[in-house]
Design a protein around this ligand. Structure first.
Ligand SMILES: CC(=O)SCCNC(=O)CCNC(=O)[C@H](O)C(C)(C)COP(=O)(O)OP(=O)(O)OC[C@H]1O[C@@H](n2cnc3c(N)ncnc32)[C@H](O)[C@@H]1OP(=O)(O)O
Ligand SMILES: CC(C)C(=O)C(=O)O
Length: 497
């Protein structure tokens, strides 16, 4: 069996998705779950990019053990110094440094001659090696580079001490057969390549990131880079869950071994989606809600006769249990606990009374309680209300007229009520919250979507605000859309210092 290393960059390239800004607490929570999933390397951020990113890499390095924690840098000494400083307390640190190698990037962006680029790359790797042994070198835009030049720069960084060479298709331009050929070319044309690991890092601009990554693996790559749910710059990165399950379902054919626990895939995907506010499309491979649903009669007939007629993956393998019990207001604590345990939660007996009360409140509003409702009940869909709690909302609206909202918030134990007029009920509620908190914020984005099924489905509101030079994302969940929106807005404001 050949061992394939999984390099997760959800917290670095994933966070480069438009609209995502995660704070240290959120990043740490995702990092811990990635360690539970069992990825080998976790890219925690780009320490030189901001004090917040520096802090995240530092705290993840300190707190998350049993895994390689990595930070990204340019081939710039200051970036490398900061990265090494952030990784000081990491058990198994790695610096990921690199520079662009394609003609267009070197000439137009870096404004450097190819030989100058090689020099910077060598110097950066040597500088990083002063701090620690494990240094990965990325050749940005490798797929559009001149392959002789690429082989030459890899040869020189390997001589300077790189332990991993990364071949990115930075702009997602490759097709699988071409990308496989590139990896083969590097394997056969770079002296001493067998001393280092080859990594592949693909983007999804043509929808081929996973296919290209697998072609790279077939051509001999030792490490694959990607993100959970495929989030990332522009159209995103290779979705790690797709690579994991492609390997898992093809194990006997490809003989590739991974250290991950596939049962954690669904929980990791949910957590990343919930914290980043980026929904997973229902038809998304592996982790979409429809990925294991069979809708048409001929398929349902086949499944009832033999599951494998239409199912290549047993959903339980990725932590999605088959649902056999229908939960409703008539269900008791045993059924609720049983289903929660099937979904991977470990509710304490002491928690069950409160959970059951919350469950009944919801069940009274809905005929059937779905798994999505239970995830919300267990908190993976409801954010903590740090400091600001929405206690009461009352809205008056009459057709085309403006709406009026009266809102009561509890801030650090004190209840405050105020009212405002807005263009519609949600606007009026947000304005009332602004009056109470006295914060100057600009609403950047607002969306509401259903997170469960049924007529009284839970609405999940996501609000993005801009204040003090930063973006803050808040989430709120309720069967009432105005209530969900108010919670999301209060959640975002509670993240301001
Ligand atoms: C392919 C990728 O995904 S790479 C990772 C992308 N991630 C990020 O960009 C993280 C967020 N970025 C940032 O916080 C900032 O851009 C910083 C801190 C990195 C740099 O900020 P600034 O110093 O203000 O530079 P700015 O971003 O405007 O320009 C980039 C500079 O770095 C140079 N540069 C870009 N990549 C590299 C590299 N890998 N190695 C060396 N220099 C590089 C550019 O040529 C440019 O140099 P110039 O100022 O001499 O023209
Ligand atoms: C920094 C590198 C690995 C990258 O993200 C890319 O080239 O896409």
């Amino acid at each position: 069996m050949r061992r394939l290393y999984l390099f997760d960059t959800t917290l670095r390239d994933g966070e480069q998705s438009l609209g995502i800004t995660l704070n240290v607490r959120e990043k740490l929570e995702i990092a811990k779950q990635l360690a539970t999933l069992g990825v080998d390397i976790l890219e925690a951020g780009f320490p030189a990019s901001s004090p917040g990113d520096f802090e995240s890499v530092k705290i993840i390095g300190r707190e998350v053990k049993g895994i390689t924690v990595c930070g990204l840098t340019r081939c710039v000494k200051k970036d490398i110094d900061l990265c090494a400083e952030a990784l000081k307390e990491a058990e198994d640190p790695r610096i990921h440094t690199g520079i662009a190698v394609s003609p267009i990037h070197m000439e137009k962006k870096l404004r450097l001659k190819p030989e100058q680029v090689i020099q910077k790359a060598e110097e950066a790797v040597r500088h990083a090696k002063k701090y620690l042994n494990d240094v990965e070198f990325y050749a940005e835009d490798a797929f559009r580079s001149d392959y002789d030049f690429l082989a030459k720069i890899f040869e020189r960084v390997i001589a300077a001490g790189a332990t991993v060479v990364n071949i990115p298709d930075t702009v997602g331009y490759a097709t699988p057969w071409e990308f496989g050929e590139l990896v083969s070319y590097i394997k056969t044309n770079v002296p001493n390549i067998d001393r280092v690991k080859i990594s592949v890092h693909c983007h999804n601009d043509l929808g081929m990131a996973t296919a290209n990554t697998l072609a790279g693996v077939m051509a001999g790559a030792d490490q694959v880079e990607g993100t959970i749910n495929g989030i990332g710059e522009r159209a995103g990165n290779t979705a790690l869950e797709e690579v994991i399950m492609a390997m898992y379902t093809q194990k006997n054919r490809y003989g590739i071994d991974l250290a991950v626990n596939p049962r954690e895939i669904a929980a990791t995907s949910r957590l990343v989606s919930s914290i980043t506010g980026v929904p997973v499309p229902s038809h998304k491979a592996i982790v979409g809600t429809n990925a294991f649903m069979h809708a048409s009669g001929i398929h349902q007939d086949g499944i009832l006769k033999e599951k494998q007629t239409y199912e290549i993956i047993d959903p339980e393998i990725i932590g999605v249990p088959r649902n056999q019990i229908v939960l409703s207001a008539r269900s008791g604590r045993h059924a609720l606990k049983h289903r929660l345990e099937e979904l991977g939660y470990k509710p304490e007996d002491s928690q069950m009374n409160t959970l059951y009360e919350e469950f009944l409140l919801l069940a009274d509003k809905k005929q059937e309680i779905y798994d999505e409702d239970l995830h919300v009940l267990m908190g993976t869909g409801i954010p903590e209300q740090n400091g600001i709690k929405v206690k009461n909302i009352s809205v008056a609206t009459s057709g085309k007229q403006s709406a009026t909202a009266a809102v009561t918030l509890e801030i650090q134990g004190t209840e405050i009520t105020d009212a405002a007029i807005g263009n519609g009920p949600v606007d009026a509620v947000f304005k009332a919250i602004d009056r109470i908190t006295g914060k100057e914020v600009r609403l950047e984005d607002y969306s509401i979507k259903s997170v469960s099924r049924g007529k009284e489905a839970l609405g999940n509101a996501t609000v993005k605000i801009f204040a003090d030079g930063n973006y803050y994302v808040g989430k709120g969940v309720s069967t009432d859309v105005i209530d969900a929106s108010a919670h999301a807005y209060a959640d975002a404001i509670s993240k301001l210092n």
